[in-house]
Design a protein around this ligand. Structure first.
Ligand code: PBG
Length: 326
């Protein structure tokens, strides 16, 4: 057989490797999750998420200033409110914690993109993602009763300065309810990034500590997806796109790279992937013990998510990775 195929020819010279590289990362690919809480001058590191903090509004403004200097231009906000109730009504309060953060960030930093997570688990006293009602002798989230509240939350966030809303509660019909709410409020310009294929995952553990949002009973299996399913993810995405989603998300990322790829191939729309808290914590814990090389593994992970088909990555590694990419 001649000429003999030699794939190593493209691997000897570092510049050739650069030229043939199919996937590259930039700080512009990242969306940094941020946790905001009431108070002044608070910056509490989250034990299971080193380098990530619960921040008061003043310190949040500083944190975003530093991140922006590293080239991070998109942020997603999570709120930790003072008061919780059955409905999560502080989620749509005009003086709610996320609303305060949005106003402060909007006036301090002009060019950044502010995305808001739209859900109730941080705001309800029971920690579930919507209003509860009894079903077969147990309490469960009432899908349709939750939808108007979601629309209210989104409109309130947009009025306070959000550029994009990201519903994460896995309610059926959430995208159309939000789209209608925003359009009726005169904001047909605001895009929706839907957490379309969000799995009931063990990888959310550290986040629930960070956001103080674990369910007080039961789990989220009646609204989040079964990790065993893949066709169902395509149905979720198809429905959300039909309802008006502009960007669809797959979450978590690493155990679901196949889902990212299928969604990208099938729909060809902008895809976001959420590299979640437990995925981040595993890297931090193993590298702290010297078991893996943090920088190398982090870049490999982020590259793999992009290679799988994600256009953007929500990641707690954003600041570290942006520093390494300089
Ligand atoms: C709210 C929400 C969760 C995450 C993002 N939005 C938690 C959950 O569904 O329990 C998890 C993010 C992470 O683990 O990094 N519904």
């Amino acid at each position: 057989m001649f000429p003999q195929t030699r794939l190593r020819r493209l691997r000897y010279h570092p510049v050739v490797r650069d030229l043939v590289r199919e996937t590259s990362l930039s700080p512009r690919d990242f969306i940094l999750p941020l946790f905001v809480r009431p108070g002044m001058n608070i910056k509490n590191e989250i034990a299971s998420m080193p380098g990530n903090f619960q921040l008061s509004v003043d310190r949040l403004v500083d944190e975003v200033g530093a991140a922006e200097k590293l080239g991070i231009q998109a942020y997603i906000l999570f709120g930790i409110p003072t008061a919780k109730d059955g409905q999560g009504s502080s989620a749509w309060a005009d003086d709610g914690i996320v609303q305060q953060a949005l106003r402060a960030l909007r006036s301090a930093h002009k060019d950044i993109l502010l995305i808001t997570d739209e859900c109730f688990c941080e705001y309800t006293d029971h920690g579930h993602c919507g209003i509860l009602k009894e079903r077969r002798g147990t309490l469960d989230v009432d899908n349709d009763a939750t939808l108007p509240n979601l629309a209210r939350q989104c409109v309130s966030h947009v009025q306070a300065g959000a550029d994009m809303v990201a519903p994460s509660g896995m309610m059926d019909g959430m995208v159309s309810a939000i789209r209608k709410g925003l359009d009726d409020a005169g904001r047909s310009d605001i895009p929706i990034m839907s957490y379309a294929a969000k799995y009931a995952s063990g990888f959310y553990g550290p986040f629930r500590d960070a956001a103080e949002s674990p369910p007080q009973f039961g789990d989220r299996s009646s609204y989040q997806m079964d990790p065993a399913n893949t066709d169902e993810a395509l149905r979720e995405v198809a429905l959300d796109l039909d309802e008006g989603a502009d960007i669809v998300m797959v979450k978590p990322a690493l155990s679901y790279l196949d889902i990212i790829r299928r969604v990208k191939d099938r729909f060809g729309v902008p895809v976001a992937a959420y590299n979640v808290s437990g995925e981040f914590a595993m890297v931090k814990a193993a590298s702290a013990r010297g078991w893996i090389d943090e920088r190398r593994v982090t870049m490999e992970i982020l590259t793999s998510i992009k290679r799988a088909g994600a256009d953007m990555i929500l990641t707690y590694h954003a600041l570290d990775a942006a520093r390494w990419l300089r």
